[in-house]
Design a protein around this ligand. Structure first.
Ligand SMILES: [Zn+2]
Ligand SMILES: [Zn+2]
Length: 349
């Protein structure tokens, strides 16, 4: 065959021309001269086909990824090897160099390409919500019939910070938009409902308490008809705290622990555990504080009775002896608590 381009008659033909002429113009890859990438200037999320995605990439990685996605290797190339390099940044444009090596019809070829990746910096919807102070939920932390203690406030702040920090990697909406401290408690404004739920569950694990949710319709999206709800979640901590005294179903006990489900107290009469669920909180009576504990002295003891001096009147009081009192000696000081006119000797902690 005769090549119309070079006149050669001894070469393999590719279509109308010979292999040498074909390879002279052959490109191992095709890549656009200019590539545009839209990314969020704050969080590096990328907008692709109208959707924002946070892939957790650095700017450099985004440029390399854009090049990789734009490169099209010709089907007849084998053993392709591509090296990418950012030569320099000119403003928001990355000037890139692409070095390629491949095999075409038995011939090894090396080719170099240049391409510019333009970073179109924008603000993603999540970041723009964050910047505008947007929030979907308000957590109202309160305590029943008392102010929140300083300790409780500090613990709550810490739990919220840690929970949101953990979520931030995956969700840009896991942020605290506002923290408002008031006489009656504290309000935390949280970016997303999902983050607020995580926060509430972390708070309940530590504090327990009674939760109530009230979603309210804030506005309606005219295009989708979907409502935007903002949820107020109140968490009411109990009137009593750990080590305080409660009365529940006729039993008097000292609170030992609380979790998201229940309160566990130790019965002052039997030493057994009293368990109460938060849903029955209204049936629990807060009967004395840890700070109400007083000191008394044992004045006499028999196998069945123990006598102490009343901490206020100093009159002798006789009590039935219980297991935890067996080791008590006359003259020993003991902790006592007075509840509804009755005195209990507390076991040593
Ligand atoms: Zn030719
Ligand atoms: Zn963003």
């Amino acid at each position: 065959m005769f090549c119309p381009q070079c006149g050669n008659t001894h070469q393999v033909m590719v279509g109308n021309i010979c292999k040498i002429c074909f390879l002279k113009d052959f490109k191992l890859i095709s890549i656009p001269q200019d590539i545009g990438v839209t990314l969020c200037a704050h969080c590096h999320s990328q907008s692709k086909e109208g959707k924002w995605k946070d892939l957790g990439l650095s700017e450099e990685e985004i440029i390399y990824q854009a090049l990789e996605e734009a490169i099209d290797v010709d089907d007849i190339v084998s053993d392709i090897n591509i090296e990418l390099e950012i030569l320099q940044m000119r403003g928001s444009i990355a000037e890139c160099f692409i070095n390629t090596h491949g095999n075409v019809m038995g011939e090894d070829m090396d080719q170099e390409f240049h391409s510019n990746v333009r970073l179109n910096k924008s603000v993603c919807p999540d970041c723009s919500k964050y910047n505008s102070g947007y929030y979907e939920a308000v957590i109202q932390l309160r305590a029943d019939k008392r102010p929140l203690s300083k300790e409780e406030l500090q613990t709550a702040d810490k739990i919220i910070k840690e929970t949101l920090n953990r979520m931030w990697e995956k969700s840009r909406m896991a942020y605290l938009a506002q923290r408002v401290e008031m006489k009656e408690g504290i309000d935390y404004y949280i970016g997303s409902q999902k983050a607020a739920r995580k926060v509430i569950s972390a708070l309940r694990d530590v504090f327990g308490g009674v939760m109530k949710e009230s979603p309210r319709l804030i506005s309606q999206d005219k295009s989708t008809g979907k409502g935007l709800y903002r949820t107020w979640i109140s968490l009411r901590l109990p009137e009593f705290q750990k080590k305080d005294f409660i009365k529940y179903e006729g039993h008097t006990g000292q609170v030992k622990s609380m979790n998201s489900k229940k309160i566990i107290a130790k019965d002052l009469e039997t030493g057994q555990s009293i368990r109460a669920l938060w849903k029955d909180y209204e049936q629990i009576k807060s009967s004395a504080k840890f700070s109400d504990i007083q000191i008394s002295t044992i004045t006499s003891k028999s196998p069945t009775e123990i006598q102490i001096l009343h901490p206020e009147t100093f009159q002798p009081v006789d009590l039935h002896i219980k297991d935890h009192m067996n080791d008590l000696e006359i003259g020993k000081e003991v902790s006592v608590i007075q509840i509804d006119g009755k005195i209990y000797i507390l076991p040593d902690e």
